[in-house]
Structures are given as C-alpha cells and as structure tokens.
Write a protein that binds this ligand. Structure first.
Ligand code: MG
Length: 248
C-alpha cells in the first residue's frame, strides 16, 4: 500500500510537471476592471487567479532606487537619468504611486504560492547592469523571497551575472538567438522566447526539455498559439490573458 501511494505521488508529480503553467505578464492588468500593467494592483489581481507566477520589470533610477517599470521612460522622464523623488511626482495611470521593487516584493510576499518572475531590464553599461543585478538579488534575499523568485532578462550579461552571484537561482534568457545547447553551455536554466522563435525552430522545445531546461514563451495572447506550444509540451506561458488560458 505504501509503495502504491508513493507511486501515485510520483505519478501525480510527473503529470503536474507535464502541464503547461501560466505566468501573468506584467501582472494581471487586463482584468475587470482593468488596471495598469506592472502596478501593485496588477500583482494583486494575479494573486487571486491561482496561477504559477506573475512577471514584472525592474529598472534603476539615477540615484540607485530599484523601481518597477517596463519602458525606459516614466511619462517623459527617463528612469535611469532621473532621481526617484522626481519620478515619484508622476503617479501611475490607475492612481497608484510609482512602485519601488521593495513595495512590489512586499505585496508578492503576501501570497507565497505565486512565483515572482523578476525581469531585470538591460542597462546602458555592463557595470550598471551588474549593480542592478546585485542590488535586486540582495533585496530578494533580505526579504527571504529566494524560494519564490525566478529571473529573466534580455541581457546575457545580467543572466550570467545572476548565476555567478547565486548559482541556484533559476534564470531564463529572453532574447531568442541562443539554441537550447548554447543556453546549456552558458550555464543558464532555460529559455523564455517570443513564440515566433519556437515557430521558426520547431525542434527547440523538445531539445530544451531533453537537456533539462525550462521552456517558456512570451507574450502568448492567442489561445491557438497557446495550444500549439502546449502540444509541444512547453513548460510555461507568459500572457496578458492568464484568466482565459489557465483552464485550457
Ligand atoms: Mg517584462
């Protein structure tokens, strides 16, 4: 009986792993009512969905404050060239304060079941990228969120820097030009590529899986594309419509 239960546990783990998991892109902002991407509210919405994770973008202000913003600019201000106090004067379109990484992580910590998918945005020099990376990892460790966080970046330098500082942290590369074998050689944990890359390279998902890499794709907002990737056994999907894809 014990063996049988153990067998069932192993089997259910395998089955669970085989399922494609959903990550909300910049939080769940296309909700009812809609809210602003990368806002605390969008993260809160994602927490209610009971999905795998919620993604957000990290940048650093001129005076070294880590903030959550997708674009290089917040309004007309360039984030990396503006001090936080000035950036803060402009609220998000939903009326929230311009969010810092710290505030964002505090909200994330309220629901340990939702993974925090931390995208560290490329910066103007490798030195600045290394500083952002080091500060981000330190904050995550200080807040004891190591087990709840995973990392993505378009910058190969940032990806490698994370692995250098914290070899156990999970890192996926976003830019799309490296094959599964190259990702493995670089010492990264996986690939999170635009879906068109997987369409152009139809063997990559199975090759990556055979190498033990994480497979993820952005930004999949078309249920037909989702189905196509799911049929290939992709591990994760990053989407603006997590509510619609989570039960498909
Ligand atoms: Mg992003």
């Amino acid at each position: 009986m014990k063996k049988f239960i153990l067998g069932l546990a192993v089997l259910s783990t395998v089955v669970m792993k085989a399922q494609t998991q959903i990550i909300a892109h910049r939080g769940y902002f296309q909700a009812q009512p809609p809210t602003t991407e990368n806002s605390i509210k969008s993260l809160e919405n994602a927490q209610k969905l009971k999905i795998y994770g919620s993604e957000f973008d990290v940048r650093m202000t001129k005076d070294g404050v880590l903030v959550i913003n997708h674009d290089e600019h917040h309004g007309k201000m360039e984030v990396s060239e503006t001090n936080f106090k000035e950036l803060e004067t402009l609220k998000l379109s939903n009326g929230e304060k311009f969010p810092t990484l710290k505030e964002y992580l505090k909200q994330g910590k309220k629901d340990p079941s939702l993974k925090l998918i931390v995208e560290i945005k490329p910066a103007k020099t490798p030195e600045i990228e290394n500083e952002i990376t080091q500060k981000t990892l330190t904050m995550i460790k200080d807040m004891k969120l190591e087990g709840q966080s995973e990392y993505i970046s378009f910058s190969l330098n940032i990806c490698k820097q994370i692995k250098k500082l914290e070899p156990k942290f999970k890192v996926q590369y976003l830019n799309g030009e490296l094959s599964p074998e190259q990702i493995k050689k670089e010492g990264l944990d996986g690939m999170d590529y635009h879906y068109s890359v997987f369409q152009k390279n139809p063997t990559w998902i199975s090759e990556a899986k055979a190498l033990g890499l994480i497979t993820n794709s952005w930004t999949v907002n078309d249920p037909a594309v989702y189905q196509e990737l799911k049929n290939q056994g992709i591990g994760f999907i990053t989407t603006n419509i997590p509510d619609q894809l989570k039960n498909k």
